[in-house]
Design a protein around this ligand. Structure first.
Ligand SMILES: [Zn+2]
Length: 112
C-alpha cells in the first residue's frame, strides 16, 4: 500500500513523495551501529523514538524491527537508490537515514 506525502524539511523545503508501507524492517547490530554513528547528535524526534526502540530490542536480544509504523521511499534530497527516507505518519515526522535530513509531514493522501 502506498501513500502520498507532502513533506517539509527543517529548512523549509517542500517536496512530495509516494511512499510504501513498511511491514518489517530488520537491523543487524553492525548496521544499527553504523546508522547511529552517522546520525549521532540528530535532535530529530524520529531519532529519539527509533534509538530507544532499537536499543531496547538489542538489549533484550530481539532482532529489532520497525514494525508497521512507517512508510519508506528513496530520498529525493540526496538522490538515493535505496529507500532510506522513513515517514512516521502517526507522528507527522520523517527522516532520511542516509543523509540525515528530516522534518514534518505537511499533508498525507491516498495514491489513486
Ligand atoms: Zn536523504
Amino acid at each position: 500500500m502506498k501513500k502520498k506525502f507532502k513533506l517539509i524539511t527543517d529548512g523549509g523545503e517542500e517536496f512530495t513523495v509516494e511512499a510504501e508501507k513498511v511491514d518489517k524492517r530488520a537491523f543487524t547490530l553492525k548496521r544499527w551501529k553504523s546508522i547511529k554513528s552517522r546520525l549521532k547528535g540528530s535532535k530529530h524526534p524520529f531519532m529519539a523514538d527509533i534509538v530507544k526502540r532499537t536499543d531496547d530490542a538489542f538489549a533484550k536480544g530481539i532482532n529489532p524491527t520497525i514494525n508497521a509504523i512507517g512508510y519508506k521511499v528513496c530520498c529525493p534530497l540526496h538522490g538515493g537508490k535505496i529507500p532510506s527516507l522513513m515517514v512516521r505518519a502517526d507522528l507527522g515526522i520523517w527522516l532520511c537515514f542516509s543523509c540525515g535530513k528530516g522534518g514534518k509531514v505537511v499533508h498525507e493522501g491516498v495514491v489513486k
